[in-house]
Design a protein around this ligand. Sequence first.
Ligand code: CUO
Length: 688
Amino acid sequence: MNTDLKALELLFQRPLEPVFTTRDNGKTVFDLPESVYTDRYRNNTEEVSNRFSQNVETRIPIREVARKPNLEFASKLGRKQQFSLFINKHKEIASQLIQLFLDAPNLQQFVALAAYTKDRVNPVLFQYSYAVAIAHRPDTRTVPIPNISQVFPSNFIEPSVLQDARQEASVIAKSGNRTVLEIPANYTASDREDEQHLAYFREDIGVNSHHWHWHLVYPASGPMEIVNKDRRGELFYYMHHQLLARYNVERFCNRLKRTIPLSNLREEIPEGYFPKILSSINNRTYPARISKQQLRDVARPDGSIEISELERWRDRILAAIDQGYVEDMQGNRIPLDEVRGIDILGNIIEACNTLSVNNQFYGNLHNQGHTIISFAHDPDYRHLEDFGVMGDVTTAMRDPIFYRWHGFIDTIFNKHKALLPVYNDTQLGFEGINVTYVEARLGAANARPNTLLTYWQRSSANLAAGLDFGPVEDENITATFRHLQNAPYTYTFNVINSGPRRSGTCRIFICPKTDERNQPLRLEEQRLLAIEMDKFTVELMPGENTIRRESTDSSVAIPFERSFRAVGASYQPTAADDLARFRFCGCGWPQHLLLPKGKPEGMQFDLFVMISDYTQDAVQQLSNTPNDACSTAYSFCGLKDKLYPDKRTMGFPFDRRLPNDTLNELVGAFSNMAKTDITIKFNDRVIG
Ligand code: CUO
C-alpha cells in the first residue's frame, strides 16, 4: 500500500497522543523531520523517537513540510477547549484549516502538513477538519474515515466503561482473556423521567455517529467547493425532518405525545438532561441542564448572542415565508418557489453563511439556537464551564431538547411547504400504472404477511483506536451495548403496466395510524410523520410485474458494520469497492433503527407505496463517474460528487399538502399508489 495513504489513515488513531508515538497496535511509527516536533519535545527528539521505535515493524517516512503554515488563526481555540461547529469563531477556524489542507499541492505535502499541524491545534478541530479534507480531496478517495465513536469513544459511552477498558487492557495482556465490557443501557436517568423512555433512541451510538457524519459531509462553512453541494439546504431540512418524524413516531410507540417545538425561547425548559459522558479532550463531564432551566443571553469570550437576535431572525424568516420571497443583500427579491424555495430557506435557517442569500438580515438562527441552549448552565462563563451536549454534532441528539429545537426549525420549513399549491393529479399520478398488491413479510417461509418484529440486541464496538495513552499492542478492546433491532423482511408489490415498457421510482413510507392515545391521525398529520423507508428505480414491463425488495437494501440506512466499523489495518477491506465504501459511507441511518419499536401487543401503521413516473424524477448527472460504492443511504446523504439523484422535492409526495382527507382516499384516487396495514410487534427481550 502507498505509505502516504497509510500515514493518512494512521493519523486518525490516538487523536490526543503526539504524532511521534506508535500507531497500528504498536507496529508502525512515523519517521519525522525535526520540525514536526513541538517545542515541548524539540530538545529530546532523539530520546522520544528511540523510545517509540522499539519493536515497530514499519517506519513511514514523513517529508519536511515545504512551507511552514502560520497556525496563529487556530490558536484562538485552546488545545483543551471544546470545539463546536455551531460557534461562529470555531467554524471560521475550521474553515481556514480545511482550506489549508485542501491547498496542499500533492499527497506527500498533505501528509507532511497534517503531521506538522496535528500537535499544534486543538485535537477535535484537527480531527474534524482533517476528516473533511480527506473526504473531499481527490487524491485521498481511498482513505477510510473511521467512525467518530471509535476515535472519540468517550463522547458516546458511559465513562466508567472507558476506565474499565483501560484497566482491563493494561492488566490483562491477551485480548482473549479479557472480560467483555458492558456499556449499560439507561444510565442517564431513572424511569421517574418520562423522557427516559426514548433514551435507547437518543443515546444510540449509530444515531449520533450518523448525525456527526452527515455534518461532516455537508459542512455549513468552509471553502466554497466543499460547501456548495447540490441541494444541501434542502437536504438539511429533509434529513432533520426525517429525524423528527422518526423520533415522534418512536414517542407514540412509548405512549408519549409528540415533542413540543421550542418556539418560545423565554419559557423555562422542563426537560433537564444529565449526559454523564466525558469530553474527549479535557476529561470533564459535559455539563448538565437542570429541569426548568431558563435560557439567557450568552456573553462569553467566544462570542455573544442575545435571545432577541434569534427572535428577530425568526420573525424575518417567517415574514419572508408569508410574503413568498426573501431579499438578498442588494434588496433583490428571490421567490420561495416550489422547486428552489426550500433549498434557499435551508441555507438561510441552518445557517450556512457561505450560501445564505443574506446572512446579515436572516442571521444564524439554527446554529445560534444550539449555542444558546448549550450554554444555558453558564451563559456568562462565570463558572468556566464549556458547552453542553447541544453544542456538538457528535452529542446533540442525546438530549431531548435537540428534538424540541429541531421541532421548531421544522415547523418553519413546514409553514413554507404548507403555502405551496396542493399537489395535483399530473404531479402525483402515473398513467397506466396500477399497484394491485403490497405486502411486507419476514424472512421465515411461514411468516404471516404484514407483521414485523423488533427486539433488543447486544452488539460490540471496538474502542481501541480512541483509547489514547492506553496500551499499544492490542487493537481489540471491545465493549458491548444493547440497541433496538428489527428482523429483516421483504416488500413485495404487484404492478400492472398497461402501457409500454418504462421506468418508475418506487417510494416506500410508513405512517403511524394513531397518536399516543390511540386517536386516529388525519392525513395532514400523517404526512408530517411519514417515515421514508426506501426509494429505488424499477423497470416496468408491459403487463403484470412483481417487485421484491429487501429491507436491508434501504436507501436511508447503512448496515450495522458501517455504523460500528472497527479501525485498524486488519479491518480494512482489500477489494476496491469495499474500500470505497469505507469513507463517505459512515453517513446513513442505522439499519437497526430502520423500523420504529412498535409495541409488545403490536402497533398498526400504514405501509404506503407509490410508483412515480421516472421521466419526471430522473436527474441528468453532470459527470459520468460510476456511482460510489457507498451510495446506499442516498436519500439522507446524497451521492458523493454528484447531483442528488431524485428530481422531486425531498419527501415527495408527503412534503406538500395532498388533495385528499385520508390516506385511503389518496390511494383510492391514484392507481399508482397503494397501502396496507402493517403491525410492528416489539419483543422486550435481548436476542443475539
Ligand atoms: Cu444537525 Cu442542529 O443540525 O444538529
